[in-house]
Design a protein around this ligand. Structure first.
Ligand SMILES: Cc1ncc(COP(=O)(O)O)c(C=O)c1O
Length: 326
């Protein structure tokens, strides 16, 4: 079967240079980091990767964690304790859990509704942290990053953006006065494993000293770090541009004008979604049904995700199979 379910949007997990970098790191440093980064789990590849991420995100510094999930936990428990977190209702589970762990007051705004968010931001004393996915993982829509940044600058709130599913640089870089942290993952567009946060150097130093999900966990494996670094280099090259252009063509074939490679086909009922997934599978197309609690009840769906690794023929077969669903 052909999978249309992974988050390997640029197909970099199988790129020859990415694999070779992982092999070299494995031969040089062994399978695991051996301990937390602060004990003896640090390798030069971690700092090299962090420097490259900071250059890519145009920030002073960056810090990598073993997963994106842990990155959100670390960022929110460090920067949002005793703050009010203003959070989009469709934010990822790792943001929800980070907010819980931070023991913050959490105010949830209706999905993408910045007027609602603005009311919550101004609704009381104390520090405010606004947090949003840039690309929403189950809907494939994009947050209004400029609007969020302007709101945060006005209210002197910290903006935390989770770029986990960004592949085309959605949202861009935040210009102007907003204090901003960019969280992301190495496990989707970069095809490896791990998470990162990018921002001012002193904030990274605070995380190194405070974030329990960084301090009390084994460092990212050197092979995963090396793979992510090689993938980032491809991503920022003309080959990366070609891969994004190819992915854009695939998206336009399936849903013209849609902004991201995540294409939801909402069917409502859980049974209908499972039935549709079964029918696609009989045509050799793997698109698992997404049901509650991943999405709200009554919005069960097929979550189609496209990759530059798909061929034109693969995408054509997908479109034909989707048409047969009626
Ligand atoms: C928006 C968002 N943030 C964070 C994560 C967690 O990333 P990771 O898989 O690297 O733990 C995910 C992954 O599912 C995600 O969709």
């Amino acid at each position: 079967v052909t999978s249309f379910a992974s988050n390997d949007y640029l197909g970099l997990s199988i790129h020859p240079e990415v694999r070779a970098a992982a092999h070299d790191a494995l031969d040089r440093w062994g399978a695991g980091a051996g301990s937390s980064r602060l004990i003896v789990g640090d390798r030069p590849i971690h700092a090299d990767l962090e420097d490259d991420i900071a250059a890519w995100r145009d920030t002073e510094a960056a810090l990598v964690f073993p997963t994106g999930f842990q990155t959100n936990l670390g960022v929110l428990t460090t920067f949002a304790t005793e703050a009010r977190i203003v959070s989009d209702e469709l934010n990822h589970a790792s943001i929800i859990d980070g907010a819980r762990l931070a023991k913050a007051e959490v105010a949830v705004y209706r999905h993408g509704d910045l007027e609602h968010a603005d009311r919550l931001v101004s609704g009381g004393p104390g520090r405010v942290v606004v947090v949003s996915d840039t690309v929403f993982s189950m809907d494939g829509d994009v947050a209004d990053v400029t609007g969020l940044a302007e709101m945060c600058a006005r209210a002197q709130a910290l903006l935390v953006l989770d770029d986990a599913h960004a592949v085309f640089g959605e949202g861009g870089l935040v210009a102007g006065d907003a204090a901003c942290l960019r969280v992301g993952t190495l496990s989707k567009t970069l095809g490896s494993q791990g998470g990162y946060v990018a921002g001012p150097r002193s904030w990274m130093e605070l995380l190194i000293n405070r974030a329990r999900s960084f301090i009390f966990t084994t460092g990212l494996s050197p092979a995963a770090a090396a793979a992510a670094r090689a993938a980032l280099s491809v991503c920022r090259s003309s080959e990366g541009d070609r891969r994004r252009a190819r992915l854009r063509r695939h998206i336009d074939t399936v849903r013209p004008g849609h902004g991201t490679p995540i294409i939801p086909v909402v069917l409502g009922d859980e049974a209908a979604a499972v039935d549709a997934a079964d029918r696609l599978l009989r045509h050799g197309i793997l698109v698992p049904a997404i049901r509650p609690p991943t999405v709200p009840a009554g919005t069960s769906r097929l979550r189609v995700s496209l990759s530059a690794a798909h061929s034109e023929a693969d995408v054509k077969r997908l479109v034909e199979a989707l048409e047969l669903l009626g």
